[in-house]
Design a binder for this molecule. Sequence first.
Ligand code: FE2
Ligand code: FE2
Length: 231
Amino acid sequence: MTEVSSAAARPPITVETLRTSPLIQQFITTTNEFLGVLGRIQHDAGHAELVARLSYEILEKLGHPQRECELAAIAGYLHDLGNLVNRASHGFSGALLAYQILRDLGMEPKEYAQVMAAIGNHEENTGGNPVNSITAAVILADKSNVHRSRVRKCDLAAFTTRDRVNYAAEDSELEVRPDEKLIAIRIKIDCQICSVVDYFEIYMVKMMLCRKAAQFLGCQFELWINDSKLL
Ligand SMILES: [Fe+2]
Ligand SMILES: [Fe+2]
């Protein structure tokens, strides 16, 4: 029996498969512990779950096939796993980890190839680009998750720029309006902590990638901070 035919005989891999995998759950927990040692913001199961759900919803609302939505959710769930190896280039290492994990679980090569591309392309600082719809959805879902609850530090003096931006964010929302072909990220920030202009400067490269991702999906992109439309 070939590898492909044995994979085809199994039920399709879903996000639920990942939730019930002790290996994946251990990797997510350990990844977040290591990032905590470095003082980085939370990349816990909550972040994985949220990015998975939003990635699914983006494609679902835009009318993509159900299996493609599920693959986006899988890529969203696993997108930050490469931080286990090293924060630097974690998209690349995460794609290779996903290859091994999803192959071992019995996913078909044509599916894990899509997921690998999405994970390897989700970061703006390592040449990330929306190479398929799954990638575009993961980029938008991931970059919209800016929130105070992700900051671990208590001492404001020790905040990095990214800590400050996240700490300032009291609420964030991703909106998909299929009829208008529009995807918007709306963020409410506390301007005592970070000004709207500061936020825009700091996150401009991420938001440019979001605009590319929305365009890949045939949509316009808008960024709203408080009541100001910045993009
Ligand atoms: Fe990431
Ligand atoms: Fe992330």
